[in-house]
Write a protein that binds this ligand. Structure first.
Ligand code: TRP
Length: 460
């Protein structure tokens, strides 16, 4: 995504218009994270209480971090590594930039594995397997079957690489603008259907009514990881985007819009999936904690019961596929951008080497559910480990680096001046409090607790 969307240079903004940045940031934010990841984490880690913690984090921490990253990008005019060096040219500062830049390298390969699963389901609906895909155990059987999941993963990653090499991302931007409203429309229909099934009310209650008994430290760890993931934070994307933002744009207002949009889609996805668990499985705790497979278990059941289920399935998975594809393209583009800028590689070389890297890591993630199932890292299968490594370990460190950059190097006065350039900075107190206290304390706590629990030293 290291390019100037819109391409116009008649004003000093790289974005096509006032809404350009908001739309582009929202298009990056909305992806599998909202539709696939949010519902399963919410179901697994406490329902309403998870939602409450998530909303609190988005409004304080997420808000402060988006604005910081965008402002850092706008001040320096650079992508993450360059931006960190711009403010302080030291090894430590460069390391802060690198940790941000490396996160998408870990996410992209396994994102493409999930993209492959989505593609398989799309093909399944097209070939009329609507009923078969709704049977219990279908998904588990599928992901452990080795050849097919690997094949779909390879197709998915090749599609991404072809687009990157072909340089047609501009078209992709346009596609995602049309796609987004259709996706929302369909999500509303499916969630209404799902919420009106007999027994679904319990699911709606589970999603919206916080129950303190469902709370554990994992609720906070998972919610924070999800916030980074869903808002594309702590990985340099927003710094890069910020470097294209017009000097006169109101950052606070744009941030609020992005957050509302992203969170609404996540809640909508929760409403499609969680009530269905209650309607079809009676809220079975095992299904609720199904993890990454949840969407692939419940959504097919909804479609199998619906009139026009096959048609709805096709449209739904086309949209999820496109959302996943556009997000994977921007993840890949970020990695290629880092390699070309920092190592001086040509675009083709960077894309090819990154492609091989993704194929290897992604294959390990895909086959890790099948033939390589015995190979686990600290008790986790490869895909789960990559997700854990990026979201629970690297992103907290990357976010900490940003907080320190703001607090110790740039200073609040300068940040606040940048954010409040043309319009009053309204939530200054929340901003300072988040960056100075809330963020560092919770980031360190999360880092320590997730690492200790991964090594089995504490159980959370
Ligand atoms: N936020 C995206 C989602 O919810 C995933 C993502 C994370 C992403 N980082 C990104 C997408 C960078 C594009 C670019 O699915």
């Amino acid at each position: 995504m290291a390019k100037k969307p819109g391409g116009s240079s008649s004003n000093n903004s790289g974005w096509s218009g006032k809404m350009g940045y908001v739309l582009a940031a929202a298009a990056s934010a909305v992806g599998l994270g909202n539709i696939w990841r949010f519902p399963y984490l919410c179901a697994k880690y406490g329902g309403g209480i998870f939602l409450l913690v998530y909303l609190f984090l988005v409004l304080t921490f997420g808000y402060a971090l988006i604005m910081s990253e965008t402002a850092i990008g706008r001040m320096s005019g650079k992508s993450p590594i360059g931006a960190f060096k711009y403010f302080k040219n030291s090894k430590l500062s460069a390391a802060g930039g690198w940790i941000n830049a490396l996160v998408p390298f870990i996410i992209c390969p396994y994102y493409a594995v999930i993209g492959g699963w989505v593609l398989k389901y799309l093909v399944g609906y097209v070939t009329g397997e609507t009923q078969a895909m709704a049977t219990d155990g279908y998904f588990g059987g599928y992901i452990t079957s080795n050849t097919q999941p690997e094949l779909y993963f390879v197709i998915f990653i090749l599609l991404v690489l072809v687009v990157i090499l072909g340089g047609v991302q501009n078209g992709v931007e346009r596609v995602s603008k049309v796609m987004m409203p259709v996706l929302i429309f369909l999500a509303v229909i499916v969630s209404i259907y799902s919420c009106t099934r007999p027994g679904a009310v319990e699911g709606i209650k589970y999603l919206f009514i916080p129950n303190i008994h469902n709370f554990s430290i994992m609720t906070v760890v998972a919610a924070m990881g999800q916030m980074f993931y869903s808002l594309s934070l702590a990985m340099g994307i927003m710094i890069t985007y910020g470097s294209y933002v017009d000097k006169h744009q109101d950052l606070e207002d744009s941030t609020t819009k992005i957050e509302i949009f992203d969170t609404l889609i996540a809640i909508l996805a929760g409403l499609m999936i969680i009530p269905a668990v209650f309607a079809f499985n009676g809220g079975d705790p095992e299904t609720l904690s199904a993890g990454p497979s949840l969407m692939f278990i419940t959504i097919p059941k909804v479609f199998a019961e619906m009139g026009f289920g096959t048609g709805a399935g096709i449209v739904f998975f086309v949209l999820v596929f496109l959302a996943a594809l556009t997000s994977a393209i921007s993840l890949c583009e970020t990695c290629v951008g880092t390699l070309t800028n920092e190592l001086g590689w040509s675009r083709v070389k960077a894309t090819l080497i990154f492609g091989v890297f993704s194929l290897i890591l992604g294959s390990a993630a895909s086959l890790g559910y099948g033939v390589w199932g015995d190979f686990t890292i600290i008790g986790m299968q490869v895909l789960d480990f990559l997700d854990f490594l990026s979201n629970s370990v690297m992103m907290p460190i990357a976010a900490l680096a940003i907080c320190l950059l703001v607090w110790r190097v740039i200073g609040f006065d300068k940040m606040e001046e940048e954010i409040g350039r043309d319009s009053a900075f309204k939530r200054k107190a929340i901003y300072r409090f988040s960056i100075k206290y809330l963020a560092p304390v919770s980031l360190v706590a999360i880092l320590i607790s997730s690492v200790l629990s991964a090594f089995g030293i504490i159980s959370i």
